[in-house]
Ligand binder design. Structure first.
Ligand code: SF4
Length: 261
């Protein structure tokens, strides 16, 4: 190996992540939030008012409690941290990147709650684990996406994360795919193309929504430029939150879905 390459290699060290299940991400990463047990109504309303996507909510009042149970819906959250800055010590974004789930309700984090995380194995379709446990090819469709989630999905296959080691790869044609990964809020202009792509994938096939925009339409919620009727007709197998999602959130979610330890 030429001297220059040897020096570069020595400076950079090994970039390969050996165990994608046990990575500790730097402090700057914003993963699953924790909401303190005691949030006063004034604090709760402050967070609700400043949240740009309506991700902060309030559970129906418990008549015996002197405070409300506030929630953060990770399917709507854009991880801007405004609520954390406004309520330091009450809301904290942790380094937990294992946020993907197959149950939409599990994306809702409750104050002081110990709600279940991850996938509900009982709700994973049987054919997913029997067909795709050892190899899964995915077709990605950017349905009005801004390229951020798309870049992170691309990174999931690079030399660092290398999800190809598990037989999980993106392919160019839906004919060669076992499932579809949707990014973006699903614009009207992409609605038909998305349906055509889905129809071209042989059955059984899976659907993954990657990123806040795909899960809830995020900051584009209510826009007349969107057409999300596709989601009314199809079962979603995996929700991967994040704005954009970290490659580790995506990879760990897919591994859990296909039943790889
Ligand atoms: S971090 Fe999420 S919940 Fe908090 S204000 Fe931003 S979008 Fe809303």
């Amino acid at each position: 190996m030429p001297l220059k390459e040897i020096n570069i290699f020595r400076r950079h060290g090994s970039q390969y992540v050996p165990d994608l299940r046990k990575v500790r991400l730097p402090e700057i990463f914003r993963g699953k939030p924790v909401i303190g047990h005691y949030i006063t109504p004034a604090e709760g309303h402050l967070a609700m008012n400043l949240c740009p996507t309506g991700a902060v909510g309030l559970l129906p009042a418990n008549p015996d409690a002197d405070h409300g149970l506030y929630t953060i819906d990770l399917g709507k959250c854009v991880f801007c941290r405004e609520c954390e800055f406004a309520l330091p010590g009450k809301i904290r974004f942790t380094g937990d990147y294992k946020m993907a789930t197959n149950v939409r309700e599990r994306l809702v984090v409750v104050s002081g709650g110990d709600q279940p995380a991850g996938l509900d194995p009982g709700k994973v379709r049987k054919e997913i684990r029997s067909f795709f446990k050892h190899a899964l090819k995915l077709r990605q469709v950017s349905a009005g996406g801004d390229n951020s989630t798309e870049m992170e999905l691309n990174a999931a296959g690079n030399v660092n994360f290398d999800m190809g080691r598990y037989g999980i790869e993106f392919v160019a044609s839906p004919r060669h795919a076992d499932g579809i990964v949707i990014t973006g809020p699903i614009s009207e202009n992409m609605a038909e193309a998305l349906q055509i792509c889905y129809d071209a994938i042989p059955t059984p096939k899976i659907i993954i929504l990657a990123g806040t925009d795909a899960i809830s339409s995020g900051i584009f919620s209510g826009s007349p430029a969107l057409n999300r009727t596709f989601l009314n007709h199809h079962y979603v197998d995996l929700y991967v939150p994040g704005n954009p999602p970290h490659p580790l959130t995506f990879i760990n979610g897919v591994l859990d879905l296909i039943g790889r330890l």
